[in-house]
Design a protein around this ligand. Structure first.
Ligand SMILES: Nc1ncnc2c1ncn2[C@@H]1O[C@H](COP(=O)(O)OP(=O)(O)OP(=O)(O)O)[C@@H](O)[C@H]1O
Length: 541
């Protein structure tokens, strides 16, 4: 009778510990919570043991590693080292695999175990700290074995009275608790990663804004001619307003420079200006590029994509080469400009956007409207505040300042003193027609600086002006053959609008296979930016 009530008391005690343990394990979010003193003490008490270790199977499926172990300071003080000698043990270590295959707990006598053929190294360590017996039991999550709970004791037959039901209950709770902790650790790691990316993006954003701020104020627009001064004044007036601005001008006249100055002079300057080159977009991608799409909204839409309009919310959207926009899309754009809301492709509703539009084109839009290639309603919507930038040949007074400005910029980049331009060379620049406008001058100055080793630039070879035909008394000046070839190829490329292959391409004109032309261009260092718009709006690579 007395024995019966003793058993009853013992059972009740176990039940209470079990309840307390399961509550604590369920609440654990991190390994440290599980390592909590009380959990450790209760586990050891329940199983009459001195130490415990939890080892989990690694993702590779062939090794296991310690996940948690009872306080080891006592062990360290006796052996001077930790019982876990390696962080990675093979599952087939002669103990771990044996327990995984068994149905319930398996007890081992250490001395006997060490006489065996395959002895995991950690067994010697435990033996050295006085462990006599070890019991190990599977930890499962559902049916899936995840690891083992090892219990160690310095007593003989200490595990004989351990109740199998109790062991199962504890290892089941541990299985769920540890899976939660591992999932939580993964989520925390991912959150840290996201935070790192967020921080990186923020830094890049600051950097870009700084760069933008440095390069694009009104002060950076070089041009003292009355023509330019008048436009800069207009620009400074319209910039702070919300007005749509339409920039008109030939290629390379500085439309983008103006657009950036408008943004930099507006209250939206703290956000990044978003630029879309309408000519560079294949027609079937324009809508998704500008308005975005939901995942799965069309073949290839594997991720949700935020469109440029949304990106430009509370900022400026620069629609470059707007004259190239396909007619079918123009009505959609008009609707968005009128309603100030967009709908992502495959989206369920419309999204309000607060975007200031600056558009640019080198086409004569009125003519485009007349020819039926541009919608007149969209034209009038954009034509609120047009600014036409004159070509360089109509404001030649700006050439000296621009040429010196570029020389100085490129010289500073290559940490050298900028050479000066002789009167004769400058005269050549003033007489040239500049079909590529300021961009052409910019590239020419870059090339000239590369070829100049003297403090004064005596002569500048202009594209299309044959060196040999020069009536110049200084015609003893010989241009290296490769440079001559480079200039000539550049000229043809420009004539062909940057097109290399095809019947209207430069290769056909030069009577060369396009692959040969490509490799010659590579050898001569001809970059795409030397002959097309920097945004890559050329017809082909
Ligand atoms: N007034 C200026 N002052 C300083 N740099 C200028 C000026 N105008 C143009 N540039 C430079 O010339 C190059 C071409 O200018 P930009 O890209 O603004 O021309 P664009 O009219 O937009 O050309 P496209 O029509 O081909 O897109 C740029 O590198 C720009 O920095």
């Amino acid at each position: 009778m007395e024995m019966f009530s003793e058993q009853l008391v013992q059972k009740e005690k176990e039940q209470a510990i079990l309840l307390e343990l399961s509550n604590r394990i369920a609440a654990a979010r991190h390994r440290e919570d599980l390592w909590d003193n009380l959990i450790t003490a209760q586990l050891l008490e329940l199983f009459n043991s001195k130490y415990y270790t939890i080892c989990m199977i690694n993702e590779d499926g062939v090794t296991h590693s310690p996940f948690l172990h009872s306080e080891e300071s006592t062990i360290k003080s006796r052996t001077g080292e930790t019982p876990i000698i390696s962080d990675l043990h093979p599952i087939e270590d002669g103990v771990f695999n044996l327990v995984l295959e068994a149905d319930g707990p398996v007890s081992f006598e250490l001395q006997k175990l060490m006489r065996g053929r395959l002895v995991p190294p950690y067994i010697y360590r435990w033996f050295n700290v006085g462990v006599v017996e070890m019991m190990a039991v599977k930890i499962c999550n559902g049916q899936q074995p995840k690891g083992l709970l090892y219990l160690f004791t310095d007593q003989r037959d200490a595990f004989s009275e351990v109740d199998a039901r109790l062991t199962n209950a504890i290892t089941n709770i541990l299985g769920i608790g540890i899976s939660n902790i591992l999932a939580n650790e993964t989520i925390e790691k991912q959150l840290q990663e996201i935070e790192r990316f967020r921080q990186k993006l923020q830094n890049e954003n600051h950097y870009l804004q700084e760069q933008q701020g440095l390069q694009n104020t009104f002060a950076d627009i070089v041009g003292t001619s009355a023509e330019m001064q008048r436009r800069i004044t207009i620009l400074s007036r319209v910039a702070p307003s919300e007005s749509t601005v339409l920039l008109l001008g030939e290629t390379g006249t500085g439309k983008e420079v103006f657009a950036r100055a408008i943004h930099a002079g507006s209250p939206r300057r703290d956000n990044l200006m978003i630029k879309v080159n309408c000519a560079a977009l294949p027609p079937h991608l324009i809508e998704s590029e500008l308005f975005g799409h939901e995942k799965g909204s069309f073949t290839g839409a594997t991720q949700r994509r935020i469109g440029k309009f949304e990106l430009a919310d509370h900022s400026t959207l620069f629609l470059d080469e707007i004259g190239e926009l396909p007619l079918e899309f123009q009505s959609k754009l008009l609707r968005v400009l009128q309603e100030k809301e967009i709908e992502r492709i495959g989206g369920k509703g419309s999204i309000k956007v607060n975007v200031r539009i600056v558009a640019a084109t080198n086409r004569n839009l009125e003519e485009e409207v007349r020819a039926g290639r541009f919608r007149s309603d969209l034209y009038y919507r954009l034509h609120v505040f047009p600014i036409a930038i004159p070509p360089l040949r109509e404001r030649k007074e700006d050439i000296p300042a621009l040429a010196n400005h570029f020389l100085q910029r490129f010289a500073a980049n290559s940490r050298r003193e900028a050479p000066s331009i002789s009167a004769k060379a400058m005269e050549g620049l003033m007489h040239y027609e500049w079909p590529g406008n300021v961009r052409e001058l910019e590239h020419l100055m870059e090339r000239t600086l590369l070829l100049t080793t003297t403090p004064v630039i005596a002569k500048i070879d202009l594209p299309g002006v044959p060196v040999t035909a020069s009536k110049d008394p200084d015609s003893t000046f010989i241009l290296p053959l490769d440079l001559m070839e480079k200039e000539y190829i550049l000229k043809v490329l420009k004539l062909c609008n940057g097109r290399i292959a095809g019947p209207n391409g430069a290769a056909a004109k030069l009577k060369l296979p396009s692959t040969t032309l490509n490799s010659r261009m590579k050898k001569l260092g001809i970059k795409k930016s030397h002959y097309v718009n920097v945004d890559g709006a050329s017809q082909e690579e």
